[in-house]
Design a binder for this molecule. Sequence first.
Ligand code: GYE
Length: 336
Amino acid sequence: MLSRRNFLTAAVGVAAATGLAACAKEDGTSAAAAGSGSGSKAITLGFSQVGSESGWRTANSDSVKSAAKEAGYTLKFSDAQQKQENQISAIRNYIAQKVDVIAFSPVVVTGWDAVLKEAKAAKIPVVLTDRSVETSDDSLYVTLVGSDFTDEGRRAAKILEKVLEKAGHKGAVKIAQLEGTTGAAPAIERAKGFKEVMEADHADDWKVVVSQTGDFTRAGGKQVMAAFLQSNPDINVLFAHNDDMAIGAIQSIEAAGKKPGKDILIVSIDGVKDGFVAMSEGKINAIVECNPLLGPQLMEVVKKVKDGETVERWIKTKESDFMQDQAKDALPTRKY
Ligand code: GYE
């Protein structure tokens, strides 16, 4: 498997973009005219969304829809309800409808080669947003617009160091991990980045004692945390791969008579409004931001791709980290 880092250095984007230039010519739209708004054919973008599993996803869908509107594109949008087969059929539909560009946020990393080959054969360029895929042929997609999830995992471990210090925590750190959707890039990579820092710097005192998927949902987080607390009542840290699972877990922690943010220190990822609310109430200790507002960047890339321009292989999102004492000030400025 090629890591995301290797993707960066891969020169395949150039090859893919060359293919796209031909595609732009074939539909009779000149690069200069495409999407310029001066009576030219507007861009039709087919977008297959993962689902509506989290606050992050809602903000991401809204961002894609409003940015497409703003750019004057025709957007065909479908929600796959976290099912790969639904995404594959949505992509096949977009191919049949001969959209100009297909964008999608792949629910899991594997199993895309066949449908991506169909898109390539139809000369429809594919842009990944948010999540990456593993593929045997790097020319099957042009670029990824999204975050560095491995780094988010590392940042979560680093911020946990601060949280433990602030709490004056002594002794063993017994971590419960709520993983995202099994096989999804953010679940794999966040776990990997966290583990990397843990093994390098805290091999003696930190241990992930339980780890299971909560599928990035509140209901999943709540249910799995309840089971964790039964099997491992001595857990003192929760690392949740997203805010929604942390919020679900908080309900189970409280139901078990414990104080979230005190008896169990909580670090999560995303930075959605409800996460900030929980943080300002002292229930989440720190959040690593993952920015869902990818719409405007995506529309820019789609235009370039349609025009046959070369784009970077991975267009990374910029994000920050937040500790509890910053939550109240930051809350009114959160856009999602
Ligand atoms: O963290 C989670 C969502 O892929 C980055 O998916 C995204 C993740 C996000 O369901 O809340």
